[in-house]
Design a protein around this ligand. Structure first.
Ligand code: NAD
Length: 461
């Protein structure tokens, strides 16, 4: 668990310990003891599995590729979380991502625990045949600990529905005759995936921002105006109300491209996406970028944005080509972070100009930067609130596999937004009423839920 996650969980526990109306059955020494137990349960994973996948590559060499499956907590249901395929994967990172999944599922009332997987490799440097073998081996090595009621992986950075299809098929071969559809989510629709799963995270990311600045604002304007005397975040939200907004999006993959597209076609807010970026470039146009054209281009170029004037011409897009890190420092109102962790940190936090940051990626803002920006009144919509669309629709996929009944795309989005709206309506009034950043509010909510469940299960001894 990262220091940031640990610290906020501990702060939440300290606040709840003092609040004697919370779990009033626990008093005196028993209360102290229970909260100490909670601290240790939530700050450590239940299991860390590590294997070295032995792979005979197509080029004749035989390699061992390190792979992880971390199971953080399953108090609320089976472990759940993606498998990241990236060269920078490491054990600490996977543990932190697994703990964020526990908190995210608790926040949105998804009946899952938290897990995460990772394979240390750059998938772009392997052939399709090699990747197929790597996926099969991952399932073979971890087949005892995963399964529809134990631990349900999904895609993450570097993996997608192709990998989930391969993995589910391998699980089915290893466990013939047993239920297998729910063993992986994020599968292709023909293999039992849910309509709308691929778009769910990006849509949810944009929804959280739009809901706060439009729907919530519309109904709660008076409350916000009242709160704005003492609450800097309420002042920030009011500052952006009804104004044309400039957005920048870091990362143009599964999450970033969909979030950018949602902004591009949004009819509720007057906003334009003036910049997008990926691992190679930032593209900037102060009049707004043609996002559908960029989505088309990237789908034909292994997910990459245009990097040269010729490629911009091929895409039919007008933009300035800038360094990839430039996206972070532009003079925009809203910055959506949808690439990797630790993008805003001690060394660059003072260059950020956006007043609202939405965390599509997990943990893209370090604790120092989080504190610094929050103190300045920047609203940071945290990962566990903003990027839960994927796991919420994964849950619908898992249910559809069980019920052998399928929802239309419109039904999936309706259910997704209903769930996210419920969470937002629980969290936002407290956020604009309290002096705490949104992340702290979300964590308190998650920790309350997990604490109550663990207490009722008799686990706090
Ligand atoms: P992806 O692999 O589809 O896309 C990642 C994007 O980030 C690509 O455009 C890539 O070029 C870009 N990128 C990589 N390194 C970069 C760098 N150094 N600077 C700028 N851009 C860079 O991944 P994704 O599925 O879109 O996931 C993005 C983030 O969202 C990750 O943190 C992931 O954990 C998180 N997330 C994803 C989902 C999901 O359903 N896909 C759900 C929850 C959270």
């Amino acid at each position: 668990m990262s220091n940031q996650t640990r610290q906020i969980v501990q702060d939440s526990l300290n606040a709840l310990l003092e609040d004697t109306a919370f779990l009033p059955e626990l008093q005196g020494d028993a209360r102290e003891q229970a909260f100490t137990s909670l601290g240790s349960i939530l700050s450590t994973p239940n299991h860390v599995h590590k294997s070295f996948l032995r792979i005979a590559l197509e080029n004749g060499s035989v390699v061992r590729i390190p792979a992880f499956r971390v199971q953080h907590n399953n108090a609320l249901g089976p472990y759940k979380g993606g498998i990241r395929f990236h060269e920078s994967v490491n054990e600490e990172e996977v543990i932190n991502l697994a703990s964020l999944m526990t908190l995210k599922n608790a926040l949105h009332d998804v009946p899952y625990g938290g897990g995460k997987g990772g394979i240390i490799l750059d998938p772009r440097t392997y052939s399709v045949k090699d990747l197929h073998l790597i996926c099969k081996k991952y399932v073979q090595y971890f087949s005892d600990i995963i399964g529809p009621d134990k631990d349900i992986p999904a895609p993450d950075v570097g993996s997608g529905e192709r990998e989930m299809d391969w993995m589910m098929a391998e699980y089915k071969s290893i466990r013939p005759g047993q239920p297998y559809k729910g063993s992986f989510t994020g599968k292709s629709v023909v293999n039992g995936g849910s309509l709308g799963r691929r778009e769910a995270t990006g849509k949810g990311v944009y929804f959280t921002f739009r809901y706060m600045l439009h729907d919530f604002m519309k109904d709660q304007r008076k409350f916000l105006a009242g709160a704005s005397n003492d609450n800097t975040f309420a002042r920030t939200a009011l500052k952006y109300e009804g104004r044309p907004l400039k957005l920048a999006v870091q990362g143009f993959g599964n999450v970033g491209s969909v979030a950018a597209h949602e902004a591009y076609q949004c009819q509720y807010l007057e906003n334009k996406v003036v910049a997008v970026s990926d691992r190679n470039v930032t593209l900037f146009n102060s009049d707004g970028l043609d996002i559908p054209a960029l989505v088309r281009f990237s789908s034909l170029h292994k997910g990459d944005l245009p990097t040269t004037d010729e490629q911009l011409q091929e895409a039919g897009v007008k933009a300035e080509i800038q360094d990839r890190s430039k996206v972070l420092y532009l003079d925009v109102d809203v910055l959506i972070l949808a690439a990797l962790e630790d993008q805003i940190h001690l060394d660059n936090m003072d260059k950020i100009k956006a007043g609202i940051i939405v965390e599509g990626a997990n943990a893209p803002v370090t604790s120092e930067a989080d504190q610094y920006l929050s103190d300045k009144g920047v609203i940071i919509v945290p990962d566990i609130l903003a990027n839960a669309g994927g796991v919420i629709v994964s849950y619908f996929e898992w249910m559809q596999g069980r019920e052998t009944q399928f929802y239309t795309e419109a039904e999936v989005y309706e259910l997704l937004y209903k769930q996210m709206k419920t969470t937002m309506d629980t969290i936002l009034p407290a956020f604009f009423g309290d002096p705490f950043p949104l992340r702290q509010n979300c964590y308190i909510h998650s920790v309350m839920k997990l604490s109550t469940v663990l207490f009722r299960q008799g686990k706090l001894y």
